[in-house]
Ligand binder design. Structure first.
Ligand SMILES: Nc1ncnc2c1ncn2[C@@H]1O[C@H](COP(=O)(O)OP(=O)(O)OP(=O)(O)O)[C@@H](O)[C@H]1O
Ligand SMILES: C[C@@](O)(CCO)CC(=O)[O-]
Length: 906
């Protein structure tokens, strides 16, 4: 230790260096300091600093000079660590404290007290890492481990074998189910039955601020100080405290022998973190209480000791001073939970807890993944469990972010009768739909309102057509399709975005002779039925139709006819409108195709029910296949990535089947937290031609193009690795993605699908802002996508947007990865039409600070090129749903649609 000068020895007592008064000092009787004062006051009268340094210095040294001094080698002792240990002992009601390199290192040191033949009783809801180490001890050291439900002390008794039971390992509350063990009672009862058993408590969930198990009879307490004690996720550390001299000596021996004591710098950081422990915890647990009550009120099963009906709540209140800031809740569906976890922004997806930032995780796939699934199931750890670790952010922001994720995932929906959100019952939609279908064999036609998102391709457009993996995510711009029954034998189409195009046909006049019906359940062949395409072109389409309307109409009629069953030709009007720019590379054709396919499948009763939120449902796969058929008509040679994103939502890595490697798609987590600026160059282009152009280039210059395809595959692979790597710091992940975007764009330039307007957008975002931009979708104009890093200032973003608008571009700040295909529940009890759909959900899109998407002109009378035979009602007489659907502005449309009732999302 550095030699300290006692000021009293030189006759002066500097004011700034008052020794901590002993609480019971006869000179100045005082009340004992409260916890937060103890935390903030780091002083050890035995170790005065020679310069009166306010903060404990970092003795960054491995060795100390001299012989026989207090310190010689930092593995055995270091002054910074000594200060830390003194401080921890003080706040833990402990005589001894040790600090080691991690929480698991702390447990390792403790478990080394065991010998072969010993028995351990441990909880059955322990942290996954604890389980892993216990399993190792069982298999390699010959120690028997009994896992029991520690919520009931009586379950331990049969396993207590005097002379053999060497240790009882407890957690309370447990992680992640927050089960409560009566530490005081168990300690007493075990000691009575097996006096030599050492009671060990993992106190990480509580920290010494909220619970000090040594006060309740525990012999050893350990904490992963990586969590609340340090509080900032910037170090790893473990703490062991005890009062027993014999145990302290053994623990000290092991730490010195093993050499896992905490380093000086981490000791310093931990000491600093502890000063604010009480302050952080107070904020974290008060917000946790709000979050728990919010989820509870929605109808979720929430595990949190602050809720009145939490089992063991009274015991917890007796042994602890607060409820902590970790909770978990169940959704009833693993995929739904994954969507919620992937859907939050502020709640970071991360293992661990105790940080000032809020975290969300699914224990079964993250912190507890090391436990065998069968064991997890046997221990009652639900696969759908979501753990929330509340940080110090503003409680309102945390609640808003969580609510948005719950809505987007379809976990909660507006209950019109109560005018508030409630949990969507797990199988409610399915039960209702099945009931309805049973009653419904001869049911009259229903009205169907559906919607599907557009997409942004981050990596791999064009290359995906040739078997390379693309990475794409849904955007919060959608196409909506409304099918309203007609009773006059006519079928009609109304494409509001294509100049209000309208056309209608007598169903019987369609070229039925040219159809080769496809039986329900059968798939469409790879090739389009050219006979039907030709027949429709000759008889149902006319030469005055502009190409976009012609393509969209052909796709609609083709699906309608090929899906019809003989004698069952429902008549309805199909109206489509999008908040997406049409033909700008954001997948407008795919979202239109999904809407057209879904309404046709529903009208023909070829899908049986409005989809419940189960992404693996056969109906969704079915919709996707038929949407792909429509895409073929619009696109020529689509890869299928756009329609897959439009159906399934979220973020996907998509590989087209049939290129000698495994095709298919995989969801990508963590994508939702990324922020993008989409900029529409407003330069029209034609995906079909651009895709065909790349195809030709490949045929003419196979070496060049195949080389590019390989490079793009590596870019996609690299991007997936970066997105999936939990160890990669977020900043590094974002800069890796940015570099890959730049590289991918360059390849697209070489493939010849960029455009001067896209290059201008790239320049404007790159200089002076330093952002990465690439074209997205087919290119040739259309949209560019720019990755916005987390630390990009709002002010800078505003400047950039202004610059782009000045250049006559249309920028749009978007969030990605939201819901896929949605169907407005057809059941009257789920509709709010009585109220005119006036309810505005908590989150209007404007709240996101988005730049409003381009508005679509107000509805007009059917356009001059359209042939209307007068039987269609004028806009003012339209169906009550269709009329507002046509007249809402683009900004109003999503809010109005959301307020119509319950949407069932894939
Ligand atoms: N809202 C809509 N209403 C009617 N038809 C639409 C709508 N959106 C798209 N379409 C059809 O899709 C065509 C646009 O498809 P295209 O593939 O060129 O653009 P995109 O899908 O937006 O771009 P990309 O495929 O690059 O993402 C339009 O010409 C039209 O036929
Ligand atoms: C250009 C392309 O790769 C994306 C269009 O959004 C075509 C496709 O994948 O179908």
């Amino acid at each position: 230790m550095a030699p300290s000068v006692d000021p009293r020895a030189v006759g002066k007592l500097p004011l700034h260096d008052l020794p901590t008064p002993e609480p019971e000092s006869p000179l100045r009787p005082r009340k004992p300091y409260r916890f937060s004062t103890l935390c903030a006051t780091v002083e050890n009268p035995e170790m005065k600093d020679q310069y009166g340094s306010s903060s404990v210095p970092i003795y960054q040294t491995s060795t100390f000079k001299g012989v026989g001094n207090e310190y010689d080698y930092s593995r055995s002792g270091n002054p910074t660590r000594s200060h830390l240990q003194h401080h921890i002992a003080k706040i833990s009601s402990a005589a001894h404290a040790f600090t080691v390199s991690s929480g698991m290192a702390a447990l390792d040191v403790i478990l080394r007290l065991l010998k072969p033949g010993d028995e351990v009783i441990a909880g059955d809801d322990l942290y996954g890492g604890t389980n892993r180490l216990l399993t190792y001890i069982r298999t390699h050291v010959g120690v028997t481990i009994h896992h029991v439900d520690t919520t009931n002390p009586a379950t331990l008794y049969p396993f207590i074998h005097p002379g053999k039971t060497a240790m009882v390992l407890l957690e309370s509350p447990t992680n992640p189910l927050l089960k409560i063990a009566d530490l005081a009672k168990i300690s007493k009862e075990v000691k009575e039955r097996a006096p030599n058993a050492v009671i060990v408590v993992d106190n990480t969930m509580m920290s010494p601020y909220l619970q000090r198990p040594l006060e309740h009879g525990a012999d050893i307490v350990y904490d992963s100080a990586t969590k609340y004690l340090s509080g900032h996720h910037d170090l790893m550390a473990g703490v062991v405290t005890c009062n027993r001299e014999d145990l302290a000596q053994k623990l000290a021996f092991t730490i010195n022998a093993v050499g896992n004591a905490l380093t000086p710098i981490d000791s310093f950081l931990l000491l600093r973190g502890i000063k604010t422990l009480a302050l952080r915890m107070d904020r974290q647990q008060s917000t946790a209480q709000l979050v728990a009550e919010y989820l509870y009120a929605l109808g979720f099963q929430v595990h949190y000791p602050g809720l009145p009906d939490h089992p063991g709540q009274e015991i917890h209140a007796r042994i602890a001073d607060g409820n902590g800031a970790v909770m978990s809740f169940e959704t009833g569906n693993k995929e739904l939970s994954e969507k919620i976890v992937g859907g939050t922004r502020l709640w970071g997806i991360s293992v661990s807890f105790g940080c000032v930032n809020s975290l969300i995780s699914m224990p079964c796939v993250m912190s507890h993944a090391s436990i065998d699934p069968a064991v997890r199931a046997a221990r009652g750890l639900p696969e759908d469990l979501i753990r929330l670790c509340v940080g110090i952010e503003d409680p309102n922001d945390l609640l808003d972010d969580l609510e948005r994720a719950l809505i987007d995932a379809g976990a909660i929906a507006l209950d019109a009768s109560q005018n508030r959100y409630v949990k969507v019952p797990d199988d409610d939609a399915l039960t209702l739909a099945v009931q309805k279908l049973n009653l419904d064999a001869s049911a009259e036609e229903k009205e169907w309102f559906v919607s599907a998102p557009g997409k942004v391709i981050l990596f791999g457009e064009h290359a995906v057509v040739h078997g390379v993996t693309a990475i794409a995510a849904s955007v919060d711009l959608r196409c909506y399709g409304l099918a309203t029954p007609r009773h006059d034998g006519k079928l009609s189409i109304h494409l509001q975005d294509l100049d209000g195009f309208y056309h209608e046909w007598d169903v019987e006049s369609l070229p039925w002779d040219a159809v080769t019906p496809i039986a329900p359940g059968d798939e469409h062949p790879d090739e389009l039925d050219q006979r039907l395409v030709d027949a429709l072109s000759d008889t149902a389409l006319n030469s005055e139709m502009h190409a976009p309307a012609r393509g969209a109409t052909l796709a609609f009629l083709y699906l309608y006819m090929i899906l019809s069953r003989h004698q069952d030709r429902p008549t309805f009007n199909f109206t489509a409108r999008a908040t997406l720019p049409v033909g700008a590379g954001l997948g407008s054709s795919a979202s239109y195709s999904v809407c057209a396919a879904t309404t046709s499948l529903l009208a023909h009763r070829r899908i049986t029910l409005p989809s419940i939120p189960d992404p693996s449902s056969a109906d969704h796969v079915h919709v996707n296949r038929w949407a792909f058929v429509a895409e073929k008509i619009l696109h020529g040679n689509p890869s299928g990535v756009d329609n897959s994103v439009a159906v399934f939502g979220g973020a996907l890595a998509y590989t087209r089947p049939g290129f000698g490697k495994k095709g298919g798609m995989e969801g990508i987590q963590g994508f939702r937290s990324l922020k993008f600026l989409l900029t529409n160059s407003k330069v029209p282009r034609d995906t079909k031609k651009l895709v065909a152009g790349v195809g030709e280039k490949k045929a003419n210059e196979p070496e060049l193009v195949n080389g590019i395809l390989q490079s793009i595959q590596s870019i996609s692979d690299e991007a997936r690795r970066a997105l999936a790597d939990p160890e990669l710091p977020r900043e590094s992940m974002l800069s890796a993605l940015a570099a890959l975007m730049t590289e991918n764009h360059q390849h697209l330039v070489t493939l010849g699908v960029s455009h001067p307007s896209l290059e201008t957008i790239k320049e404007k975002t790159s200089s002076p802002h330093g952002l990465s931009t690439k074209l997205t979708g087919a290119g040739g104009g259309g949209c560019a996508v720019t990755l916005i890093p987390d630390d990009f200032k709002d002010e800078q973003l505003r400047d950039l947007i202004t610059t782009l608008i000045r250049e006559n571009f249309e920028p749009y700040l978007t969030s990605v990865g939201g819901s896929g295909l949605g169907i407005l529940s057809p059941y009257p009890q789920h509709r709010t039409r009585g109220s005119g759909g006036s309810h505005v959900p908590r989150h209007a899109p404007e709240e996101l600070g988005q730049v409003t998407p381009p508005d679509t002109p107000m509805p007009r009378e059917p356009s001059p090129g359209a042939s209307v035979d007068g039987s269609e009602k004028g806009p003012h007489e339209l169906d009550p749903l269709r009329s507002p659907f046509l007249s809402k502005s683009v900004a109003e449309l999503p809010v109005w649609a959301a307020g119509l009732g319950r949407w069932l999302y894939v």
